[in-house]
Design a protein around this ligand. Structure first.
Ligand SMILES: [Mg+2]
Length: 327
């Protein structure tokens, strides 16, 4: 499949992969250093010493989910893909794993030793890194016709393989609900307003969602917390108040902020990378949304030209598109 014949799954998967690959050479570099020497193009080597266009665990685990969704929905099959990725280098850019989060590594160990998928992820408050958010996007194509209750249940189950604390689940759910509105053609600012109007009342009815937990998302959902006024709209917050570390809430906030404050795919993902710190994941999460919003045809061709396994990603996206089109 070539880009002249692109589809919405290709838009999302290439969006994730290109953002991830832009961020890989710059991972863990501080924002201060990044400001002195911004990333403007696909670089080679750097943090993980990989050739230009090499994507990381974010994309690998996203492809694991996309692959599972080509067949019958199965959390066991998804767990099998995760294990094959970590153990045998399947779904990697260049045959080996060079980047894996601690929570994901521990969860895959539990999956390998027989823990059921929905119980494999860490459940404590400190297990809220961005490791399930970064890989969840393909699920939107499978769940978009379902009821909101079903969409939440599927999101919880897919997140739980590696991250089952309710905060990670809510973050994944908000991300997918936002992507779903973009797929429906809703304008990007209006989409966030729709979520602010509809999601809090639903989420508070979900098992495990407390008011305190929901309030963690007050900057995204424009919630009034206690006697304080709501924060300014997320898009209007200064860059200095947006964090780009590996905490799931920060990654979701930063990605929405990058998307809302830019006008092209390239601008959105470069803004994410140049926030520093967890650059590959912030850019992958941003890139998935930007891919859907602007289309894969808007990704700079020179970036796609060096993207590792581009034709495999496009072929997988084509298969998944065919599968979800039958739903
Ligand atoms: Mg990574």
């Amino acid at each position: 499949m070539f880009l002249t014949n692109t589809n919405i799954v290709t838009d999302a998967l290439l969006g994730v992969a290109v953002g991830d690959a832009l961020g890989v050479p710059a991972e863990f570099v501080s924002r201060e250093l990044r400001d002195e020497r911004p990333v403007v193009d696909m670089r080679a080597y750097g943090t993980h010493n990989q050739p230009a266009g090499t994507w990381s665990d974010d994309t690998s685990l996203t492809l694991c989910l996309a692959d599972m969704l080509c067949g019958s929905f199965s959390l066991e099959a998804l767990a099998g893909n995760f294990i094959n990725w970590q153990q045998h280098g399947l779904f990697t850019a260049r045959g080996h794993v060079f980047d894996i989060g601690i929570a994901t590594s521990q969860a895959i160990h539990r999956l390998r030793t027989g823990t059921p998928p929905t119980l494999a992820g860490g459940a404590d408050e400190y297990s809220n890194g961005n490791g399930s958010l970064m890989r969840i996007l393909p699920l939107v194509f499978y769940t978009r016709q379902m009821t909101i209750e079903e969409r939440f249940r599927y999101t919880r189950n897919v997140s739980s393989l590696t991250h089952r604390h309710i905060r990670s689940v809510i973050a994944c759910f908000i991300y997918l609900e936002y992507a779903r509105l973009l797929l429906d053609g809703v304008e990007k600012h209006a989409a966030l307003h729709q979520l602010q109007d509809s999601l809090p009342a639903f989420l508070i009815t979900c098992e495990g969602v407390t008011e305190e937990e929901l309030n963690r998302f007050h900057r995204i959902l424009a919630l009034r917390v206690g006697r304080y006024d709501p924060s300014p709209p997320l898009a209007q917050l200064p860059r200095g108040e947006i964090y780009s570390d590996g905490y799931v809430l920060h990654t979701l906030e930063a990605s929405l902020w990058c998307l809302l404050n830019t006008a092209t795919y390239a601008e959105a993902v470069l803004t994410a990378v140049n926030m520093g710190s967890d650059t590959d994941t912030t850019a992958a999460v941003t890139g998935g949304l930007a891919g859907i919003l602007y289309g894969a045809n808007s990704i700079p061709p020179e970036w796609l030209a060096v993207l590792a396994r581009r034709s495999y990603i496009e072929e997988l996206a084509g298969r998944m598109y065919t599968a979800v089109s039958k739903l």
